[in-house]
Design a protein around this ligand. Structure first.
Ligand code: GTP
Ligand code: MG
Length: 343
């Protein structure tokens, strides 16, 4: 059972707030670094077009969603002009030939096609910047969820800071690497957004539920990717706009308490597309403990790959986090472990 937390003083909250703000400024990339990513993208597009003349490359993921780190990977999606979709066989063929061609690129190393994954990719290492990256094909839903996350990030500065703090927390606790059996950054970002939607008063709206009249239908791969993306017009479309005035520090501790004290993982789904609570029973996802629904691909549970052991490990990290961040001591400035340089 959880230890009771001592009362939080205003002084302590102000320290906590500074830690969160500092974490953001320590890890957010500057404009120069953002420009470097666009530059690599353009260079790659020119190179790839020598073999695939209609190729169009686009960045997605944290290079574009507002929650990127200096060392975040480059997530690139490639499509071919004039071609709407691609079948599995063709996709694998193109990935393999793309890999052969990228091996000739003087600025890249460690070219590795991965064709067995759900989303086939070519991985690469960009020598000059030390950035890792991957290219996937027709990853259209990912482009849309990137835009959704970017819109949430643009609504309120606190969204951005909290998502950074969450990602740093996940990396420090070693619970933020889906390829090693835990959850992806994307999954933790969804957890932060869900918390901010459920807070009273809410910090952010449910963008997929804001519309005039009937909800518009914008279908991509069979899923409705509609959401209200005109964040500048939000004040007149969302009655709670500006009502929540908590500091980032309060919200961070609030988040840790929410997921350890209030939210019932056994019963509910972390779901950012609707405000009403969705149950694991509704989704028939009762065999898993941490259930995170993708906002567009409603069959995708981001927690599906978690073992029982990993689930416990993640929950323990949250419980420890609640105790550490909820107990007034002096721990400013924050100290990160040395491996933090690498992400
Ligand atoms: P970083 O850790 O900074 O790279 O964050 P990221 O958001 O770029 O995460 P990652 O590189 O793992 O994923 C890239 C993007 O793929 C995400 O931002 C989503 O847009 C998209 N995506 C869609 N579904 C999934 C999923 O199940 N897992 C992951 N990891 N990404 C998904
Ligand atoms: Mg990424």
């Amino acid at each position: 059972q959880l230890d009771p937390l001592p009362p939080v003083t205003p002084e302590f909250l102000s320290v906590l707030n500074k830690v969160c703000e500092q974490c953001y400024s320590d890890f957010a990339p500057d404009e120069l670094e953002v420009g470097v990513r666009e530059h690599i993208l353009q260079d790659l597009e020119i190179f790839v077009r020598r073999q695939f003349p209609g190729a169009q490359l686009q960045l997605f993921g944290s290079s574009k969603n507002g929650f990127g780190f200096r060392q975040s990977d480059l997530d690139i999606c490639m499509v071919l002009e004039g071609q709407e979709t691609i079948d599995d066989i063709n996709c694998i063929n193109i990935i393999e030939s793309l890999a052969r061609s990228l091996k000739k690129h003087p600025g890249l190393r460690n070219i590795l096609p991965i064709t067995t994954a759900k989303v086939p990719i070519v991985k690469f290492y960009h020598v000059r910047t030390g950035l890792e990256g991957d290219i996937s094909l027709y990853n259209t839903l990912a482009l849309h969820n990137t835009h959704l996350l970017a819109t949430y990030a643009a609504i309120d500065r606190r969204v951005k800071i909290l998502c950074y703090v969450m990602k740093v927390f996940a990396k420090m606790c070693d619970i933020g690497d889906a390829s090693r059996g835990s959850l992806s950054s994307y999954a933790y970002t969804l957890m932060v957004l869900f918390f901010l939607q459920q807070r009273d008063p809410p910090v952010i709206p449910v963008l997929q539920e804001i519309h005039d009249g009937k909800k518009p239908e914008v279908l991509v791969d069979g899923w409705n990717v509609y959401f209200f993306d005109d964040f500048k017009a939000l004040p007149s479309h969302w009655p709670h706009y500006g009502k929540n005035t908590e500091t980032v520090g309060e919200l961070w501790l609030g988040l840790l308490r929410f997921y350890t004290e209030d939210f019932d993982f056994r019963e509910h789904v972390v779901c950012i597309r609707q405000h009403a609570r969705l149950t694991t029973f509704n989704k028939q996802w009762t065999s898993k403990y941490i259930v995170i629904e993708d906002p567009f691909d409603l069959n995708h549970n981001l927690g599906a790959g978690l073992s029982r052991k990993m689930t416990n490990f993640i929950m323990k990290a949250f419980i420890n986090g609640r105790r550490v961040f909820g107990t007034p001591i002096r721990y400013f400035p924050p100290v990160y472990p040395s491996q933090m340089e690498y992400f």
